[in-house]
Design a protein around this ligand. Structure first.
Ligand SMILES: NC(=O)c1ccc[n+]([C@@H]2O[C@H](COP(=O)([O-])OP(=O)(O)OC[C@H]3O[C@@H](n4cnc5c(N)ncnc54)[C@H](O)[C@@H]3O)[C@@H](O)[C@H]2O)c1
Length: 259
């Protein structure tokens, strides 16, 4: 599905980014795996162990010089770039509206929103030049509606959806596509505190129960959507924010059925 596609994936050291890197490499892509954390090396090791192609770059996806640099590394190492998955993100913590500081806002927006903008800004010239390219960004159901994150996190993800919609039109007629994925609750490094707390309280069986799928999701279920959107199979999908959430965002508020 992604045969020989040269793809940059940020946040590749854990969770959704790691799963997508491994799956995309399995579908034949050559990956530049980017993460702040050393764990990106183990993602690349697993890809190579499976016979795939990847390089690891430790970099901050919210730093413009670093972003320009890892995109250039893809071009120099693989001879070009065909897609980018701007996925790195931070949760912003569990602070309430009045506890949040300006510094908290700036950090959350810097990674989740400006980081996405920078990935687009520095990959788009390559894509426009060659007349094709696929951009995928990780937003969240938190960017669609309330109750899936703090105010800063939710706004940062609504910003990603807006960037995707606006950029699709800025790229009018270029052959470049851009889409977002809005994951629901997925078990990853980011949500570990939520899962740990529920397990500590013996309430693990309650996680994900308000979802019509009646469960939470796994990173692999997001990576399948990401690989599709990065591939030519999604050739007519553009400017969309695709919820991959088991149906969670489909509903008005409802009363959990007691059995
Ligand atoms: N897990 C969920 O339930 C969920 C739901 C909706 C959206 N998301 C989004 O999915 C994306 C991936 O998160 P995840 O759940 O896999 O979490 P995760 O914590 O497992 O993985 C995120 C990775 O991003 C890296 N990262 C953070 N800041 C970075 C930076 N500035 N530069 C480079 N790398 C950085 C981290 O080191 C980590 O390896 C995020 O954008 C997150 O907001 C997650």
């Amino acid at each position: 599905m992604l045969n020989e596609k040269r793809i940059v994936i940020t946040g590749a050291g854990s969770g959704i980014g790691r799963a997508t890197s491994i799956l995309a490499a399995g579908y034949g892509a050559k990956i530049v795996c980017v993460d702040l954390n050393d764990s990106v090396n183990s993602t690349v090791e697993e890809i190579m162990h499976n016979g795939g192609t990847a390089i690891a770059v430790r970099a901050d996806a919210s730093d413009e010089t670093a972003v320009a640099d890892f995109i250039t590394q893809c071009v120099t190492h693989y001879g070009g770039i065909d897609g980018i998955y701007a996925n790195a993100g931070v949760s912003g913590g569990r602070k309430t509206l009045t506890e949040l500081t300006v510094e908290d806002w700036q950090r959350t927006l810097a990674v989740n929103t400006v980081g996405v903008f920078l990935a687009i800004k520095h990959s788009v010239p390559h894509f426009v030049n060659q007349g094709h390219g696929a951009i995928v960004c990780t937003a969240s159901v938190a960017g669609l509606r309330a109750n899936a994150g703090g105010v800063d996190y939710s706004a940062s993800k609504a910003g990603v959806i807006s960037i995707v919609q606006t950029t699709a039109y800025q790229l009018y007629g270029t052959g470049v596509r851009i889409n977002a994925i809005c994951p629901g609750l997925i078990e990853t490094g980011m949500t570990k505190p939520t899962f740990d707390l529920a397990r500590e309280r013996g309430k693990e069986d309650r996680i994900g129960q308000i979802n019509p799928a009646k469960r939470y999701g796994q990173p692999s279920e997001i990576s399948e959507a990401a690989c599709f959107l990065l591939s030519d199979r999604a050739s007519y999908v553009n400017g969309q924010a695709l919820p991959v959430d088991g149906g969670l965002s489909a509903s008005h508020p409802w009363v959990f059925p007691r059995t």
